[in-house]
Design a protein around this ligand. Structure first.
Ligand SMILES: Cc1cc2nc3c(=O)[nH]c(=O)nc-3n(C[C@H](O)[C@H](O)[C@H](O)COP(=O)(O)OP(=O)(O)OC[C@H]3O[C@@H](n4cnc5c(N)ncnc54)[C@H](O)[C@@H]3O)c2cc1C
Length: 391
């Protein structure tokens, strides 16, 4: 069997890796125009991993991602050589609620997380103040703190480790951009690259992140995944603070330690996103002054005196209907499997999605984790798959 994976970021690399892990007879080609991954979300991510989702499948996908981060020798070593340093810092997530409704969401999610073995505790404002005295908590109705299996890592190194392992298992990397689809009576037969060459295959995986809508359109296929710019700001604080968890504030602002300093950003509310898609590499510094800093200083009084030290931006690959990934065969083209649209949680779920896509291609169904709820068929049926903890 021949499989062509379109896109060589974390998702495409993970799909290729697990395909060859499952079946060494499959010919796997990954098509990627930019070996430096300059604009790829995987290289521009905040690269954090959490178990604090409201949906059990999302928790389990993170738990599998965690296995790779904790045991890179087992999953990512090549010829006995350990994978590149992944820089995994296990420092937890802290999710904050400031209303009764928000507290109920945390309680409901907590029950789901505990049921699948996530080590998470709920804290009231007093307990929170005792644990994290540097954090302002008088407006907090409830907090949820991860006690293990959450943190952050080097997203670029992780992506490169996935692709290095996939190559070592026999995957071929092809430099080029898919510019046309060749479809005959439904199935996809081949894709044409920008140099005019054709790649024929029996199955194709669409792992082109924020570009997925445009690439799907090459074959006349609707793939509702769009790029939305997200900016990450780096800052320092003159008052020494202990290493923080990743704090997801009820205001939509998040921050966490990064080395000796901090990084943070902001999750726009529904309808509050910038539809004009400004270009990358021009971070909106006004956003920092107007939105981020006031919220940061409110939550951590020491941040009143912070200094912005840098910023970068990247595309969130957003599936607007429910901000969860689209995984599985395209309803109008059965041999094109989608693996895109993960919004802000694609890196931590790359391994679990890659394994699932490989199982679907090799076995005709999922074996390890049932990924059917992520099927693209839910788009036409207008059945959103709800995850309440979207960052
Ligand atoms: C600022 C920011 C913070 C984030 N924080 C987190 C986080 O904390 N935790 C987390 O889990 N996730 C996070 N994410 C999301 C995560 O980074 C993405 O979900 C994930 O990296 C997507 O990987 P991908 O391989 O699908 O896409 P990408 O990494 O974007 O790769 C897609 C590839 O497709 C290629 N491509 C495009 N067009 C074509 C074509 N025509 N032919 C062939 N190839 C093509 C591109 O060159 C690109 O390399 C964040 C994202 C951003 C931007």
């Amino acid at each position: 069997m021949r499989v062509a994976v379109i896109g060589g970021g974390a998702l495409g690399s993970a799909c290729a890796l697990f395909l060859r892990r499952l079946d060494r007879t499959i010919d796997v080609q990954v098509i990627e125009p930019d070996p430096t991954l300059r604009w790829a979300s995987s290289a521009r991510s905040a690269a954090s991993i959490r178990q604090q989702f409201s949906n059990a499948l999302n928790v389990r996908l993170s738990q599998f991602g965690l296995q790779l981060l904790r045991e890179p020798r087992e999953w990512l070593a090549v010829d006995g050589e350990p994978s590149p340093e992944l820089g995994f810092v296990e420092s937890g997530y802290l999710m904050l609620a400031t209303t009764a409704a928000g507290a109920q969401v945390l309680r409901d999610s907590h029950a789901v997380q505990r049921a699948v073995g996530a080590p998470v505790v709920l804290l009231d404002a007093d307990a929170l103040a005792r644990r994290l005295p540097w954090l302002r908590g008088d407006d907090i109705t409830l907090a949820s703190l991860g006690q293990g299996g959450e943190g952050w890592f080097d997203g670029d190194a992780f992506t490169r480790a996935l692709s290095r392992k996939a190559r070592a298992l026999g995957t071929t990397w092809r430099s080029g951009r898919v510019s046309a689809f060749v479809r005959e009576a439904g199935p996809l037969r081949a894709v044409v690259l920008d140099d005019g060459s054709r790649v024929e295959a029996d199955a194709f995986v669409l792992a082109t992140g924020a570009w997925s809508q445009a690439v799907g359109a090459l074959g006349g296929l609707r793939v509702p995944v769009v790029g939305r710019r997200r900016t990450v700001f780096a800052f320092s604080c003159p008052t020494p603070l202990p290493r923080t968890p990743l704090v997801a504030d009820a205001s939509g602002v998040w921050f966490r330690s990064e080395g000796a300093g901090f990084i943070g950003g902001w999750t726009p509310r529904a309808g509050d996103d910038d539809p004009d898609n400004p270009p990358l590499d021009q971070p909106d510094l006004q956003q920092f002054d107007e939105r981020l800093w006031p919220a940061l200083a409110h939550r951590v009084p020491a941040f009143e005196a912070l200094r912005r030290t840098g910023a970068w931006d990247g595309w969130y690959e957003v599936h607007p209907m429910d901000h969860n990934g689209l995984v599985g065969p395209h309803p109008d083209c059965a041999n094109l499997l989608l693996a895109c649209g993960f919004s802000g949680h694609g890196l931590q779920h790359a391994a679990g999605i890659g394994r699932g896509v490989a199982e679907w291609i090799v076995h005709g169904g999922y074996r390890s984790l049932e990924l059917a709820p992520l099927s693209p068929a839910r788009v036409a049926a207008q059945r959103p798959w709800v995850e309440r903890a979207i960052i």
